[in-house]
Design a protein. Structure first.
Length: 118
């Protein structure tokens, strides 16, 4: 059964940086597009970034374009999200899932909390 474990969240000052990690297991990670989502309080979960397999094509939500970078390490079955120039609006619980535009798995990990505040 697939398992997704997110980590790396913390309290960050505006303008700061943070790198999130998602360790995946239980499915063919290297053959799967991977994505990061986030859910802010009172809002629906939204797609933040996605990355394909071999060519590692990426796609980003307009709100994070130019500030966030998604990457993957197939040898470690891990996908990353480097977040720079963080804003208070980036405050949310961040989740990873397989898939390009839609989450592949119905079950989600526990997520990792990112709070941007001074």
């Amino acid at each position: 059964q697939e398992q997704l474990v997110e980590s790396g969240g913390d309290l960050v000052q505006p303008g700061g940086s943070r790198r999130l990690s998602c360790a995946a297991s239980g499915f063919a990670f290297s053959n799967s597009a991977m994505s990061w989502y986030r859910q802010a309080p009172g809002k629906e979960r939204e797609l933040v970034a996605a990355i394909t397999t071999v060519r590692e094509t990426t796609n980003y939500a307009d709100s994070v374009k130019g500030r966030f970078t998604i990457s993957r390490d197939n040898a470690k079955n891990t996908v990353y999200l480097q977040m720079n120039s963080l804003k208070p609006d980036d405050t949310a619980v961040y989740y990873c899932n397989a898939g390009w535009t839609q989450p592949r798995f119905a079950s989600w990990g526990q997520g990792t909390q990112v709070t941007v505040s001074s």
